[in-house]
Design a protein around this ligand. Structure first.
Ligand code: ADP
Ligand code: UDP
Length: 237
């Protein structure tokens, strides 16, 4: 499969068209951003780590029956994916309180959320990704009623699969963000699943092993991502 034109460059990945209209190539760059793009740094190996991490997770999800955009790894930092018509929505499930829910609701970090919570956010950096409810999505036509229900069902299905997978490797899946898109009449999981878009803590020590290390200036960001990958059995070499 050949790369053609750059379709768009996001904060961490660039997306290219290919010689087949149904497929794209995603290039995972080393750029790391936080606070809606206000803090940006280059972190060595990050593109490669997140590309291989995402491919591993997408394959696990496919095996468990969740349909994704993933086709195959193309190189260390590139993957071939199905070209989706992305919904401008982020779906977040939280098993433990952290991040924006603590700021918004004034709750402490580290509370077990039983049952886990679900939130929709609008993908819009200029507006700082405001939270949405189902009615906003329907009234503004960002997704159909059926897609709203599918996004919730699929995001919780991913929780059941991945919470157990991380627990078996000694980690807590605190929260994560998913994005979905349309492909030939079906809703598929798109974008990525890596420690950039989820929170993972060591189950014993609660050491942060995700992008909060970058957001909070804790250091050892990629070392932590690689540790997570190694615990799952991902080979980065
Ligand atoms: P951001 O948009 O947050 O800056 P990225 O740097 O990750 O994010 O850019 C990747 C872009 O590619 C995002 O806008 C994402 O929605 C989009 N995307 C991810 N997967 C697909 C896909 N399979 N088809 C089309 N677009 C995709
Ligand atoms: N998240 C993401 N992209 C975003 C916003 C959130 O990947 O644009 C992820 C984030 O890494 C975390 C989860 O979604 O795992 C919940 O994020 P939160 O709402 O707590 O926002 P944050 O405080 O991380 O900005």
């Amino acid at each position: 499969m050949k790369k053609k034109a750059e379709l768009y460059a996001g904060k961490a990945k660039s997306v290219y068209t290919t010689d087949d209209d149904d497929y794209l190539i995603i290039h995972f760059r080393n750029d790391t951003s936080a606070f809606d793009g206000e803090k940006i740094e280059q972190l060595d190996r990050k593109g490669m780590v997140n590309n291989k991490f995402t491919a591993f997770i997408m394959e696990k999800l496919e095996q468990a029956g969740v349909k994704t955009h993933h086709v195959k790894l193309l190189s260390d930092d590139e993957a071939v994916v199905k070209k989706l018509d992305m919904l401008p929505i982020e779906c977040v499930v939280r098993n433990i309180s952290a991040g924006s829910i603590c700021r918004r609701l004034g709750v402490e970090e580290g509370m077990d959320l039983n049952p886990p919570t679900f939130e929709f956010f609008l993908k819009n950096d200029a507006l700082h990704d405001p939270m949405l409810n189902d009615y906003h999505i329907r009234s503004f036509g960002w997704a159909t009623d059926e897609e709203v229900e599918q996004m919730k069902t699929l995001t919780f299905q991913v929780n059941d699969i991945l919470k157990k997978m991380f627990a078996d490797a000694g980690m807590l899946l605190v929260d994560y963000k998913l994005e979905f898109g349309r492909f030939k009449g079906e809703l598929l999981l798109g974008d990525e699943f890596s420690p950039d878009g989820c929170r993972l803590w060591d189950a014993e020590t609660r050491k942060k092993l995700d992008k909060d290390r970058f957001r909070q200036g804790l250091g050892g960001v990629i070392e932590a991502y690689e540790e997570v990958g190694q615990r799952l059995g991902i080979c980065f070499d």
